[in-house]
Design a protein around this ligand. Structure first.
Ligand code: DQA
Length: 140
C-alpha cells in the first residue's frame, strides 16, 4: 500500500501560525509523525507540501498509477479549489481529506469543501492524530 500525503498552503507555518488553532508543533514534527505512523501501519508513505495550487495539482497528477491512496489537507484551497477537485477525479485514486482544526466549527466559508465532494472519508479537528486515522483507513 503506497500513500501520498499532500499538505497545502500555509501548513509549512505550523508552530508559528495561529497556535491556539493549530498547536505548537512544527511542520517538520508533523511530517515525522506521519512517516512514523505509516511505518507502524505497514504503509509506504511520501509526504509533500506546497503553497502553490498548481504544484498541488502536479503532485496529484503525478500520483496516477503510482499510488494506491492520497491523504490531502489542501489548507485554504480546500474551500476554493475546483482545480484540485478535478485533479483528484482525473487520477481516480481513493482519497482521505484531513484537517487539523474542526473546519465545521469555524467561519462559515470553511464549511465548503470541494475536495470533500470527492473524498471517501473526511477527518477534521483531531490535530496530528487525524493523519493517523487517515492512514488507518488505508491500512485496513
Ligand atoms: C486547515 C483548515 C483550513 O480552513 C485552513 O485554511 C488551513 C488549515 C486545517 O488543517 O485545519 O490552512 O486545512
Amino acid at each position: 500500500m503506497k500513500v501520498l500525503v499532500i499538505n497545502g498552503v500555509n501548513l509549512n507555518m505550523l508552530g508559528v501560525r495561529e497556535r491556539e488553532v493549530y498547536g505548537d508543533e512544527s511542520y517538520a514534527a508533523l511530517k515525522k509523525y506521519i512517516l512514523a505512523s505509516a511505518k507502524e501501519l505497514g504503509i509506504k508513505a511520501r509526504v509533500v507540501q506546497s503553497n502553490s495550487e498548481g504544484k498541488l495539482v502536479d503532485y496529484i497528477q503525478r500520483a496516477y498509477k503510482k499510488y494506491d491512496g492520497i491523504i490531502i489537507n489542501p489548507g485554504a484551497y480546500t474551500h476554493t479549489s475546483i482545480a484540485i477537485y478535478d485533479a483528484l477525479k482525473a487520477v481516480n485514486i481513493t482519497t482521505v481529506e484531513v484537517h487539523l482544526s474542526d473546519v465545521n466549527a469555524r467561519e462559515e466559508f470553511r464549511k465548503t469543501s470541494y475536495v470533500g465532494l470527492y473524498a471517501a472519508k473526511r477527518v477534521t479537528g483531531k490535530g496530528f492524530a487525524g493523519y493517523r486515522e487517515a492512514l488507518e483507513f488505508f491500512a485496513k
